[in-house]
Design a protein around this ligand. Structure first.
Ligand code: PLP
Length: 461
């Protein structure tokens, strides 16, 4: 064993003994560790064992411009040497100011004021706390409920976890949902034979009924991802968001579009709400792709019209006392500005629009395979849903084991899939080429075929 191998083994032992990771399977705590990565390069990550893997999920839907970009590293290093930190409670730094203006110019409508946070959960948490603040300042203490969807994911703070409709994340936490109401996931697979138009009517009627049941004067916000990413790339029927927004407007309900996944190029636009999904929200949250994952940053853009109701002459003596030590962190904001420059300079939004049809076709070429129940794609995010019985709409334990098996086979062949249960979600770095899309999908094809064989032989049960 050489020195590097010994070092890698030591780090794996450190992780086993001392690291608690997200979604840790507690029964295995201390007895396993996740694959140790040595470095990243373009769309690949390389393990300490030298194994080179296509990063199918782009980390966690975030490494838009790929790994090892000197432009970002240089911008961060220059900013760290110039001004590594300032308190956002009583000073401002140049990168945060410039980034707020850049983002305001990218958002739809009058969403021109930006608040920076430390990631996606804190962005959504702040958006929800803003609606709380808004209604209290307006003297409407009862207008506090939040309507969300099943299968949505919005983060890991107490409030955002309570708004997440992925029930598998709830057990053993004290999820407080007294202010939260759920409506259906807009998943065509759950349409029970309805056409897309009929399903859309059903979903809109369901929202209206929920509103009537709760009382519009008690509802503060509707929170939704443009497409439900962690829910399995669930793309709503065309026109869904605009119709729900119209009802929100009529009832003075704040429409929050959670673009933590879809912003910064994932769907071929800076923000997807208006240009891809036809809705101008009141608040948009973002994170992940804003820095291509080089350093944590998140935020939200808020409508000036909304802010005008609780600021200036309408402030009623209030201060928006929500914030973080690292709000508008100068190094994070410098990384984001450099990231935006790369996306612009290399025409990455145009590239995503250019290859998205190819990506969708490549994934769709898997739809005739055994196990494949559905294929969905938008921009450079897609899902191949695999079920032991493809006629079923809802997955069971066997399907989740199948997903894990497909992942393990693909990993051996050089692709990270990171299935969400039985759903093989791919959201590669946005710089991926057509040839690399072919390579990625060819590996997934093999993974599915081999897992189907193993299932048929009774090796997965
Ligand atoms: N909102 C959405 C739509 C997400 O997908 C995520 C994370 O995946 C979050 C919020 C939470 O973001 P973070 O993990 O950066 O806190």
């Amino acid at each position: 064993m050489d020195g590097a191998q010994v070092g890698a083994l030591e780090r794996e032992m450190d992780a086993r003994r001392h690291l608690l990771s997200p979604a840790e399977e507690m029964a295995k705590l201390g007895s396993t560790s996740r694959p140790l990565l040595a470095y990243g390069e373009g769309i690949h990550v390389v393990g300490t064992n030298g194994r080179r893997l296509i990063d199918g999920p782009a980390g966690m839907w975030c490494t838009q411009i790929g790994y090892a970009r000197r432009e970002i590293a240089d911008a961060m290093s220059e900013q760290a040497l110039r001004l590594s930190y300032n308190s956002p409670w009583y000073t401002v730094n140049s990168p945060a100011a410039e980034l707020s203006a850049r983002i305001a110019a990218m958002t739809p409508g009058d969403l021109d004021r930006v608040f920076f946070t430390t990631g996606g959960s804190t962005a959504v948490d702040t958006a929800l706390r803003f609606t709380e603040f808004f209604n209290n300042v307006l003297g409407r203490p009862l207008k506090k409920r939040i309507i969300v969807r099943k299968d949505g994911y919005h983060g890991s703070t107490s409030l955002t976890a309570a708004c997440s409709g992925r029930e598998g994340n709830w057990p053993n936490f004290d999820i407080r949902q007294d202010r939260i109401a759920f409506i259906s996931s807009p998943n065509m697979r759950l349409a029970e034979g309805r056409s897309e138009a009929e399903f859309l009517d059903f979903l809109v009627d369901e929202f209206s009924s929920k509103l009537a049941e709760l009382g519009p004067d008690t509802v503060a916000a509707f929170l939704a991802e443009p497409l439900q990413a962690s829910g399995g790339v669930i793309i709503p029927p065309t026109g869904y968001h605009a119709r729900i927004k119209a009802i929100c407007e009529a009832n003075d309900i704040v429409y929050i579009s959670d673009e933590v996944v879809t912003a910064f190029g994932r769907c071929g636009e800076w923000f997807a709400s208006e240009k891809v999904f036809g809705v101008v929200p009141d608040i948009i949250t973002f994170a992940k792709g804003v820095t291509s994952g080089y350093v944590p940053l998140g935020g939200l853009a808020i409508s000036e019209r909304l802010l005008a109701r609780v600021s200036g002459d309408n402030a009623r003596g209030s201060s928006f006392t929500n914030g973080y030590t690292y709000t508008g962190h100068p190094v994070s904001c410098a990384a984001a500005l450099a990231n935006i420059k790369v996306i612009e300079g290399e025409g990455i939004l145009e590239h995503v629009r250019d290859v998205s049809g190819y990506f969708a076709e490549a994934l769709n070429s898997l739809s005739g395979l055994p196990l494949v129940a559905d294929v969905r794609a938008s921009g450079l995010v897609g899902c191949v849903e695999c079920l032991a019985d493809t006629e079923r709409a809802v997955a069971g334990d066997l399907d989740r084991r199948l997903g894990a098996r497909i992942d393990a086979i693909c990993f051996d062949l050089g692709l990270i899939v990171r299935p969400i249960g039985h759903m093989c979600v791919l959201s590669p770095p946005l710089i991926i080429t057509r040839a690399q899309i072919d390579e990625m999908v060819a590996i997934l094809r093999q993974g599915i075929l081999r897992a189907a064989d193993e299932l048929a032989r009774g090796e997965i049960f």
